[in-house]
Design a protein around this ligand. Structure first.
Ligand SMILES: Cc1ncc(COP(=O)(O)O)c(C=O)c1O
Length: 370
């Protein structure tokens, strides 16, 4: 792919993904599930999954069965766990494609039991326990009978038992230690009853880095594989590298007259002689229509001015007198030694880096660097 052809595009450094993945493998000492839901956090589902398979990942995690089926169709052979909801109507699809499902509720288990078809072998399930997230998962105090019932269904294979941390990025809080105690308590009781919990897993990226006692048999990492810290107050250990850069081009330069209203709503008026550049990126690509955006041009951080449009926005380039039409502009990435990260962008957008990268529009070409 020649990026001269594109208005705006993403560059994804697969070597960074390899390096980050291997670091997590080393830090945890257990298999690392590569979490590739939401289009691999914007990085491209199939390419990232195939790459993780190539570098020896043992599991993939997705949120929707549609994502898992897409991966199977693209030839990915790794075990795939759907971490979220799957309609009982998709149980046979899961069996046929050897996709592993999460079961988090007795009602879901009942519906799955009705749909499971022995012709396609057992349905592989991971039981999810709510130890303190308050989202999906059977409450801790109901987990044991729930799991006992699962083991009574001959067509079910209880392959794993897991939980999810709510505050692993804040290790000073007591809540994760409490979640760990609850999880281990349930698993202990399962073992007393002769029930094998299978693969025990709990830690996301923050849990992997902050709670070594919760690595168990596998960790589930997303954000750190992509080289980003799980929270603005956390930094990744030395050597992790962001994989994604977001680029566009300067496509027009104009010298404006005093008081010229620019872009929709004329929310910005120029000064006499102000140099305004147009760049080929907008909210249709995942940019936000908020004040306070910045980009890098010739290594300098310059402000976006006026309303962000669907396919373009405008920047003040007074500080970059040598700027020329055709210059590369970075929304995320390095330029001449200066960097703008997804975490910086998240700060401008009053959100978290996860939301920034998951919001990268499908229409943007993704260029993979090997
Ligand atoms: C159940 C589950 N496990 C693991 C992850 C990966 O989390 P992170 O990207 O923080 O590593 C997620 C992501 O939200 C998740 O929902």
């Amino acid at each position: 792919m020649n990026n001269d052809n594109y208005a705006t595009w993403l560059e994804i450094d697969l070597n960074a993904i390899t390096h980050n993945y291997q670091q997590l493998r080393k830090i945890s000492g257990v298999p690392v599930m590569g979490v590739v839901k939401a289009n691999a956090y914007g990085h491209g589902l199939e390419e990232i999954a195939r790459h993780l398979e190539t570098i020896g990942a043992s599991w993939l995690g997705v949120a929707r069965i549609e994502e898992a089926l897409q991966l199977r169709e693209s030839g990915v052979k790794l075990p795939i766990l759907v971490l979220g909801y799957t309609s009982h109507k998709r149980v046979k699809d899961a069996q046929k494609a050897n996709i592993h499902l999460t079961v988090y509720d007795p009602l879901v288990a009942e519906l799955y039991e009705k749909e499971v078809d022995a012709e396609y072998g057992k349905l592989h399930l991971h039981a999810k326990i709510d130890t303190g997230m308050g989202r999906l998962g059977v409450p801790s105090n109901q987990a044991l009978p729930f799991i006992e019932n699962l083991t009574r269904v001959p067509a079910f294979d209880l392959e794993g038992t897991f939980t999810h941390f709510a505050c692993a990025d804040e290790p000073e809080k007591e809540v994760t230690a409490q979640q760990i105690r609850r999880f281990e308590n349930i698993v202990g009781k399962m073992k007393e009853k002769g029930i094998n919990p299978g693969i025990m897993h709990a830690a996301n990226s923050a849990g992997t880095l902050n709670f070594p006692q919760a690595h168990y048999n596998m960790v589930r990492c997303g954000i750190a594989i992509y080289g980003l810290p799980p929270a603005a107050n956390m930094s990744l250990p030395q050597g992790f590298k962001p994989a994604l850069s977001w680029k566009t081009r300067l496509i027009s330069i104009k010298s404006m007259s005093e008081g010229f209203g620019i872009s929709y709503g004329h929310r910005y008026h120029t000064k006499e002689g102000e140099r305004i550049g147009a760049i080929a990126v907008g909210y249709g690509d995942g940019m936000r229509r908020v004040n306070g955006n910045h980009v890098l041009l010739r290594g300098k951080k310059v402000p976006v001015v006026g309303s962000v449009c669907m396919d373009q926005c405008l920047i003040n380039i007074d500080e970059v007198p040598d700027a020329q039409v055709g210059d590369e502009v970075a929304l995320i990435g390095m330029q001449n030694g200066n960097a703008l990260s997804a975490t910086d962008l998240a700060q401008d957008w009053n959100t978290i880096n996860y939301e920034v990268i998951c919001g990268m529009a499908a229409r943007m070409p993704r260029r993979y660097i090997r």
